[in-house]
Design a protein. Structure first.
Ligand SMILES: Cc1cc2nc3c(=O)[nH]c(=O)nc-3n(C[C@H](O)[C@H](O)[C@H](O)COP(=O)(O)OP(=O)(O)OC[C@H]3O[C@@H](n4cnc5c(N)ncnc54)[C@H](O)[C@@H]3O)c2cc1C
Length: 344
């Protein structure tokens, strides 16, 4: 059970940041809205930097965040020493020079979020069918008129797909090929330890992020495995890479025992950004391409998808998340690394 998942709005690009900041604001009232304890914990997310150019890039990101109404504080080494005295500041290869802190970032308990939303939907009259697989789409004169499932067919005026790591397989049944590859992302949890981490910490010279659950386990992860797969388990090279990242910033993590690890599917888009859009088939809508970061988007993703379904118009905050953005040349390449999912 993955007890905590990272929530943050530390994006930079105009197509992304206002959307994620809206999501952050919705997180802040989610527990009131659903009357459910989702363990939203705004203990801060700090991205460490290790060089002068990286500091400049983080300062730029922080400014973009603040312009979109988010919070961001650029800390120097002294500031990080006060926040996280246990880090290895003098690592010869990756000395820690400072960090970009988003104090309102933090974690939430993913399954409690799902339960809270499920109860809210149920109370509003939504039928939730569990263990019911969509096996195909009904189509009449080029219009989607419902779905086929392993438990019979369901007619609908509008069909909204949001199946994350299964996006390509499901949309293939509607005859669509998506600009998405499915990859595996691994996560790790240590045995329970005394409270140590103040919030979420990410390594800036490799891919490693860590937080501590309320039960005390260090919850951490890193890169996707980097090859196309539908297997929900990862491989050892990434385990080694993640552990190296951990050892580089907090060597004492080497003494902690690993309690469990697992891999899940992520729907990696070609530019690392998501889709909330109509498709070319009337009545069929698509939400996906969330890569490894769709959890934090959940409240805004649902909000903007509902807006699209109700009005047939993109919500202003999600208007860049279009399927045709590659044809139009309007990619949202947050990391500036190009069109390869395993680089995002
Ligand atoms: C190990 C790991 C760690 C992650 N950590 C973070 C994090 O810290 N922060 C963050 O923001 N994001 C994180 N993510 C990403 C995040 O979990 C996803 O982006 C997010 O869950 C996607 O939400 P969703 O509602 O679109 O899809 P999901 O939550 O995956 O839900 C899709 C649902 O569709 C169902 N489905 C699939 N096919 C069919 C079908 N044919 N018929 C009917 N139903 C179907 C599935 O069973 C599933 O229940 C992580 C992902 C992984 C794997």
């Amino acid at each position: 059970m993955y007890h905590h998942t990272i929530i943050r709005s530390n994006y930079m690009l105009p197509g992304n940041e206002p959307f994620y900041e809206f999501s952050m604001k919705l997180w802040e009232s989610l527990e009131q809205d659903t009357n459910y304890n989702s363990m939203v914990s705004q203990r801060g997310v700090v991205n460490l930097y290790h060089s002068d150019p990286q500091r400049d890039a983080f300062a730029r990101r922080g400014n973009a965040m603040r312009m979109a109404g988010a919070d961001a504080v650029l800390l120097d080494e002294k500031g990080i020493r006060e926040l996280c005295p246990f880090l290895d500041f003098d690592n010869a290869r990756f000395p820690i020079k400072g960090g970009l802190l988003q104090p309102r970032g933090g974690t939430a308990r993913h399954d409690a979020v799902a339960w809270g939303y499920a109860r809210g939907a149920d109370q509003r009259g939504v039928d939730i069918l569990q263990n019911c697989e969509v096996t195909g789409f009904r189509n009449k004169a080029g219009r989607c008129t419902g779905v086929e499932t392993n438990r019979g067919s369901i007619a609908a005026k509008k069909v909204a797909v949001c199946v994350a790591g299964s996006s390509s397989r499901v949309m293939e049944r509607a005859g669509m090929r998506l600009p998405i590859e499915s990859h595996v992302l691994q996560a790790f949890v240590s045995e329970g330890l005394k409270p140590l981490l103040p919030g979420v910490i990410t390594f800036g010279a490799g891919h490693f992020y860590v937080s501590q659950s309320d039960k005390g386990g260090l919850v951490f992860g890193g890169d996707i495995d980097g090859y196309n797969t539908y297997a929900q388990r990862g491989n050892l090279p990434v385990v080694e890479d993640v552990c190296e990242g951990g050892m580089a910033i907090m060597p004492m993590i080497g003494r902690a025992r690993l309690l469990r690890m697992w891999g899940g599917l992520v729907d990696m888009s070609m530019d690392g950004s998501p889709f909330i859009d109509k498709t070319h088939i009337d009545g069929l809508y698509f939400n996906g391409g969330w890569c490894y970061g769709g959890f934090k988007a959940t409240p805004a993703s649902g909000w903007c998808y509902a807006h699209l379904l109700a009005t047939d118009q993109s919500h202003p905050l999600a208007k860049e998340f279009r399927l045709d953005r590659f044809e139009r040349g309007y990619m949202i390449d947050e990391k500036g690394v190009g069109a390869q999912p395993n680089l995002h």
